[in-house]
Design a protein around this ligand. Structure first.
Ligand code: NAD
Length: 403
């Protein structure tokens, strides 16, 4: 947690926000824990450690995804809930920050077991969730199907319909258009603005990770006529300096399972991908992908953080010193939670916005957030600092009015 709070403390020093406010924001409001119990298909009963952290509700209900992963632990969920607090404040959404998780390898579970676990999660935390309390969403290894089970369980317990208690739902249950590609699209809108600032028209890109964020981003980049020269997934990467055929990559990933089966180009490692001579590197896979050693060898002018926390604090310092423009996660990947907010608004008003409408509103929000961040940063090399200062200003104002 100390590393995670470093950016907040730095922003506190830059903006002169009172120490007691930094102290308030350095601790989660509530950490809920539960042991989930579920009967497996073979009759065995298993237990799973589960968490829901409401880091902050100063600016609105807590908001953040639920992760199913074998490495979930309390400290990680708190850190992720902290990031959501910052991200929601950067985007000026009327939410605080939250996150949830279950320590489980979902790949080991059958569909029926996964449903039991999802419903057990809601039974454990139903009292603290709700449209005005805490609004979960999908995260790593959770998806719209899991959101549908969770909503159904919650509504059964509460004996009423309340679609706005969770986002990332299927359209049929009150989901929003664009939610599935929102993270990539939000990052794409921000990158457009960044490229205008740095004077690059048709960038070359290397994208790490070919899941929801990376894959959809690659598609948008290709559609814009940008050159995607390298992509990767957990099995490794592939490079073609003349540009990869993104449609073919999507097909290979879907049918064979990894981008490394792409015919043509050259196989590369994930590390090599991050240090290629391209205009933009897009880490869209895992935390801590760019460490100090890699940061020293990054040749791109711009790093667009679609993943959460892909750059370590030490690496961040190196990149800043070397003049690389880092578009921080709390801005670059905020398209997902922004469309979650649109979903929540539609649920509360009973409206359904068209795809075009959602895209238009997303673009407007992303561009406006970017402008605000640049204004606070005063320098394109300090966007992370600008984002944290902006978030801190907004959070501090809420703290001062309340206490
Ligand atoms: P995903 O599970 O759909 O895809 C992850 C991708 O990363 C896969 O292609 C996987 O093969 C690859 N990968 C895993 N380990 C790797 C490694 N060691 N090296 C290289 N590639 C590796 O996940 P996602 O939803 O695309 O999320 C990716 C990142 O973006 C995460 O940090 C997530 O928190 C962040 N993010 C996603 C969203 C969203 O809406 N999907 C929103 C905000 C932030």
């Amino acid at each position: 947690m100390a590393g995670v709070l470093e950016f907040l403390k730095r922003a506190g020093r830059t903006s002169g926000v009172e120490d007691w406010i930094i102290e308030v924001l350095s601790r989660p409001e509530k950490v809920h824990k539960a042991t989930l119990i579920a009967k497996m298909d073979d009759g065995r009963v298993r237990t799973f450690q589960a968490y829901r952290v409401q880091y902050s509700t100063l600016r609105g209900p807590a908001k953040g995804g639920i992760r199913f992963h074998p490495e979930v632990n309390e400290e990680e969920v708190i850190a992720l809930a902290f990031w959501m607090t910052i991200k929601n404040a950067v985007m000026d959404l009327p939410f605080g920050g939250g996150k949830g998780g279950v320590k489980v390898d979902p790949k080991e579970l059958s569909v029926g077991e996964l449903e039991k676990l999802s419903r057990a999660y809601v039974r454990a935390f139903a009292d603290v969730l709700g449209v005005d309390r805490d609004v979960p969403a999908p995260d790593v290894y959770t998806d719209q199907r899991i959101m549908a089970w969770m909503l159904d369980e919650y509504e059964a317990i509460m004996r009423k319909r309340e679609p706005g208690m969770i986002t990332g739902k299927p359209l049929a249950l009150g989901g929003s258009y664009v939610r599935g590609v929102a993270t990539a699209l939000g990052g794409f809108f921000v990158l457009h603005e960044v490229l205008r600032e740095v004077g690059v028209k048709k960038p070359s890109l290397a994208i790490q990770g070919f899941g929801n964020a990376g894959r959809n981003f690659a598609r948008l980049a290709a559609e814009a006529g940008w050159k995607v020269v390298a992509v990767s997934d957990s099995k490794g990467g592939v490079l073609d300096k003349d540009g990869l055929d993104v449609e073919e990559l999507l097909k290979v990933k879907r049918e064979i399972g990894s981008v490394v089966s792409y015919r043509g180009g050259r196989r590369i490692s994930n590390e090599e991908l991050l240090t290629l001579d391209v205009d933009v590197v897009v880490p869209a896979a895992i935390e801590g992908a760019i460490d100090e050693h890699i940061a020293r060898r990054v040749k791109a002018n711009v790093v667009l953080e679609l993943a959460n926390g892909p750059t370590t604090p030490e690496a961040d310092r190196v990149l800043q010193r070397r003049g690389v423009v880092v578009v921080p996660d709390v801005l670059a990947n905020a398209g997902g939670v922004t469309v979650s907010y649109f979903e929540w608004v539609q649920n509360r008003t009973g409206e359904r916005w068209s795809e075009e409408e959602v895209k238009r509103r997303l673009r407007e929000r992303m561009v406006s957030a970017f402008r605000n961040v640049v204004e606070r940063a005063g320098d394109m090399k300090k966007l992370r600092e600008g984002a944290y200062v902006l978030a801190l200003e907004r959070l501090a104002e809420a703290v001062r009015w309340r206490f």
